[in-house]
Design a protein around this ligand. Sequence first.
Ligand code: ARG
Length: 581
Amino acid sequence: MTLLQNLASRLSAALEKVVGEPTAPNIAAAADLRFGDYQSNSAMVLAKKQKTNPRALAQQVLDVIEIEGIATSSIAGPGFINFTILPEAYAHYVKSLLADPKLGAPTPGEGKRVVVDFSAPNVAKPMHVGHIRSTIIGDSLCRIARFLGYDVIADNHIGDWGTQFGMILHGWKTLLDQEALEADPIAELVRVYRQVNVDTKADPSVLETCKIELVKLQAGDPENLAIWQKCIDVSKSGLQKIYDRLDVKFDHWLGESFYNDMLPGLVDEFLEKGLARESNGAVCVFSDGEKPPGEDPFKVNREDGWNDNPAIIRKADGGFLYATTDLATIKYRIDEWNVDQVWYVVGVPQQLHFRQLFDAAERWGKHGDFRHIAFGSILGEDRKLMKTRSGDNVGLSDVLEESVERAAAAIAEKNPDLVGDEAKEIAEIVGIGSVKFAELSQNRLTDYVFSWDRMLSLQGDTAPYLQYSHVRIRSIFRKLEGEFSTKGVDVVLNEPGEIHLARLLARFGEVLPFVLEDHRPNLLANYLLELARAFHSFFESCPVLKSEDSVKASRLALCQLSSDVLEKGLGLLGIRCPERM
Ligand code: ARG
């Protein structure tokens, strides 16, 4: 049980005594340490309901709350209750963490199964920096959810079916460079796709040819199916290389094509059940009129008032759409996998698609906790959408490559003793970690400016700063004579630096559930920065190796736990810690 849970249950008991019925407490870490460690506004909330004086009610609560030996309390402002944890309570709790492999993390996910739908690039289109966000955020959410006890299914819903294949098939048959395909399959597919795109604009008959190729593919033409399969295979193996480098793993790759056979039946079912109807030859889902128009994803406000904003699930020419596939996907996940939740890590522009999807699924009787975990764009240093000089999207593998190169240069400058394979390995860990941390330390909804210098700096709010902090702690243990074990060590907290470090160590298990409440890995990233800063000020003000035996053991235990929490926390962001730097 975390200290927060401990206080919350004591507060809950006290509230029940005062108001005579079970009452859920409101309590959270205080925003400012001058107000203590935790703060509750429960007395104010209750007093408002009962129309009594909030400060007086707060006093009644404090008269009966049992927190002796754990915290002191006081009333502030209009009726806040502030709690300050006693150093001995921190010491006791931190000691328990030394023997806890979960480092205080609770398991709120137990018994819950969630699909995390992330990355999901489109075949034969390059994976661009926008996909970086989905891949990195999604992977981190998977790691955190697993750590908190969820049964996680990581599913890469790749775009492996769709109209782009008309162009790819035509290009494959007329423009393909076999050697280039073997050397870099994705690059060659992208080249071919782009060239055909240009050709169709110059000559409309090319577009016709592409359409014919697409129709043949959809009708199951063996030659086209074989080419399509080949495209999927080479794309997947190209993607796999990037995922390996990022250390991102999927349990499934059920792309759009997997659901093909289910689409005709789905549309028929929607028609039969009255969930969809024909409109100009197409089949569409319309509003059911149950929601106020402002909240209805099937209504749109134009100058002349509220209009229908249907989702097409079958085009007039018989083709199916993204929405149709996503409905089939929801059904599959619920019926076959029995999931309780689905988290879609996809950019903000698809917001309407997901609102319509969730609404239609609900009406269809596919119930679950579906979340669109949206994110903004990555901007270049000129604050415009990040592009290469030629105006293309920046490829993810180029970003990773450049980051690792820059990290290698920085390491060579800082520590010329590191050479060969070791230097390479460290550059890889630092370079990849920097890209991930730059992403994960941002609020996902804001656009962020991609800056090499900022994300690789040793002094800033960066992966290298945290990795270096970890290296420094490990080096303390290397200087020790003999092995150190935290077993049986008594943690004693006297100095402010020790108490503050313990306070942050105790928060690890409290931060993680918050991360998943709103799917914000940046809360964990920021916590780790705060922890590292607390460690450095502790280390400056409290000698470790030169102190007397019991103090030394206690401080070494704090060092050990700091190193464990940093390593675990970075690991949950998908970032590794090098031994040296
Ligand atoms: N392939 C899509 C894209 O790149 C993302 C798919 C997201 N997942 C889903 N179930 N719709 O835009």
